[in-house]
Design a protein around this ligand. Structure first.
Ligand code: NAP
Length: 250
């Protein structure tokens, strides 16, 4: 992996999964200062912090529940716009629920966490990037944005489609300022997310439908995030890169 020219990174949802793997690969590539957001898993965040510090990085942790407006507001209020890389990774299905059982409160939670937080955290971080005429924003969409999601994941899939659209809109707005905005779109990652929202039978059926013959690892996704942060991706703007072993080809 090549050294990154960017030296500081804010990563949301960094206590486990794709966010934790992204923090590690960026630290291994030369990022030296991190702000890592987490919500309910301080032990995971502390373990990620310790791994990055062992690589010589300086790490600050911040707890925030980004599914609430108050949580987004207070996280954003404490943010300084001095990050070279922003990875908007925190996200969740929150709960599988079909149309007839979906509540307005659940709708707001899913949209706050997966869409609103992405837009307003970027709004707080962008001024520093604009001033320095350089910066990288990576958002995390989902295969659900393309296929409508699994059972009870309609609103989550709509939220992730919004993330892909925001990625295009912000890329157009910020590219003239030297900022690159892109997204990754994982398929089914064999991690905590699906421990909570799926079962072995569902995952085995995904494997059976996946040309690569396996589920994704966190690193399958974090390696693409790393690539998008690297100078090799310098002319890529507004793209959502599908990482799904061929399960869904655009
Ligand atoms: N796993 C998949 O198959 C898959 C597929 C497509 C897209 N994605 C997307 O990939 C991203 C990372 O998920 P993952 O797969 O790494 O899942 P994960 O292992 O469950 O990690 C999710 C991360 O998001 C944070 N988070 C969850 N709810 C939050 C809330 N209310 N407020 C603030 N932070 C919250 C978690 O923090 P705590 O642990 O501290 O609570 C955790 O750090 C998400 O945007 C997800 O939608 C995942």
């Amino acid at each position: 992996m090549s050294e990154l020219e960017f030296k500081s990174a804010l990563i949301t949802g960094a206590s486990r999964g794709i966010g934790a793997a992204s923090a590690l690969v960026l630290a291994q590539s030369g990022v030296r200062r991190f702000l890592l957001q987490y919500n309910s898993y301080p032990e995971g965040a502390a373990a990620v912090k310790a791994s990055l510090e062992a690589l010589g990085a300086q790490v600050t942790l911040a707890q925030a529940n980004l599914a609430t407006v108050a949580g987004i507001d207070s996280f954003c209020a404490g943010l300084k716009p001095d990050w070279d890389i922003l990875v908007n990774n925190a996200g969740s299905l929150v709960k599988r629920a079909k149309l007839l059982e979906y509540t307005p409160e659940l709708f707001d939670e899913v949209m706050n966490l997966n869409v609103k937080s992405v837009y307003f955290i970027t709004q707080k971080v962008a001024p520093g990037m604009i001033e320095r005429k350089t910066g990288i924003v990576i958002n995390v969409s989902s295969i659900a944005a393309r296929n409508g999601g699994g059972p009870g994941a309609t609103v989550y899939s709509a939220a992730k489609a919004a993330v892909a659209a925001i990625t295009k809109g912000l890329a157009k707005e910020l590219a003239p300022q030297g900022i690159r905005v892109n997204a990754v779109s994982p398929g089914t990652v064999d991690n905590h997310f699906h421990e909570v929202f799926s079962n072995r039978q569902i995952l085995d059926s995904v494997i059976a439908q996946t040309p690569a013959g396996r589920l994704s690892t966190n690193e399958d996704v974090s390696d693409v995030i790393h690539f998008l942060c690297s100078p090799a991706a310098r002319y890529i703007q507004g793209q959502t890169i599908e990482i799904n072993g061929g399960m869904y080809m655009v």
